[in-house]
Design a protein around this ligand. Structure first.
Ligand SMILES: Cc1ncc(COP(=O)(O)O)c(C=O)c1O
Length: 255
């Protein structure tokens, strides 16, 4: 985006100061949290096509409940085989508004058909799994937990990283590799796909009950939350709420 990088320490310190000011807004009931959203916008009074010379970094916080109205209940996902969100050589791995602008029409159409989000396929062939509208995605096959590799077209989610770390510690075989939608459908049909879940800061760990592809609904885990999904959700939440030991150094007490 050609935006100069702010020093990480400065941004982190600003987040901590704001949370200290806003500490009374941190909700305490289960499933709630204080969402923290740093933003950067160009503020230079100029019209024209070049990177800006002036930017404003600001941070918004807000108390939030569960991301999906269903809470931790499984969500239904539509596999998007028309629109694309990003392409190789593009900006798909950046948390930038343009990527979300490109996703809105697909999202609206999926919602109108009764699905919570879309699952993006790769921009070149519409063949490889990428990620969901606001989550990375994991597939539990019989022998392995698989997620799409970071190749520049998907967001390198922090929750994706946490899930990979925790799953490896559970002695699961975790693979970051290309997965075709055909492999997923084949493994649903041969009962080798046990669970599907999304991961994201807002959604945490979100079980997927249905994948809709080319006009057909494919039910996952009998429409229920699978044991691995539940386990990873419980573990991550327990660390986040300070109810379990944090062996990874992810937690910091701020106020
Ligand atoms: C497109 C997209 N992918 C993945 C994620 C998950 O990223 P993270 O775990 O860092 O929240 C998000 C989260 O907002 C997202 O918008």
């Amino acid at each position: 985006m050609c935006i100069p990088a702010y020093p990480e320490e400065l941004v982190y310190d600003a987040v901590k100061q704001l949370i200290t000011v806003d500490k009374d807004w941190v909700p305490s009931s289960p499933g709630t949290s204080l969402y923290v959203r740093p933003n950067i916008i160009a503020t230079e009074p100029f019209l024209g096509l070049r990177p800006a010379n002036e930017y404003l970094l600001y941070i918004i916080t807000g108390p939030v409940g569960p991301y999906y109205p269903e809470g931790f209940a499984p969500v239904k996902i539509m596999v998007e085989d028309t629109y694309i969100r990003s392409a190789p050589g593009g900006i798909g791995d950046a948390k930038t508004a343009g990527n979300y602008a490109a996703s809105l029409k697909a999202q609206v159409e999926a919602n109108e058909k009764g699905f919570n989000q879309v699952l993006w396929l790769d921009g070149r062939e519409r063949k490889y799994i990428e990620e969901v509208g606001s989550m990375n995605i994991f597939f539990k096959f019989k022998e392995e937990l698989v997620t799409a590799p970071l190749g520049g077209t998907i967001l390198p989610g922090i929750t994706r990283n946490s899930i990979i770390t925790m799953a490896k510690d559970m002695d699961l075989t975790v693979q970051e590799r290309q997965i075709t939608i055909d492999e997923v459908i084949d493994k649903i049909q041969s009962n080798e796909l046990e669970e599907v879940f999304g991961s994201g800061t807002a959604a945490i760990v979100s079980p997927v009950s249905v994948l809709h592809y080319k006009g057909q609904d494919y039910k996952i885990s009998d429409g229920q939350t699978g044991p691995l999904t539940q386990n990873l959700f419980d573990q991550l939440i327990a660390i986040q709420y300070g109810e379990a030991e944090d062996p990874y150094g992810w937690m910091e007490i701020i106020a």
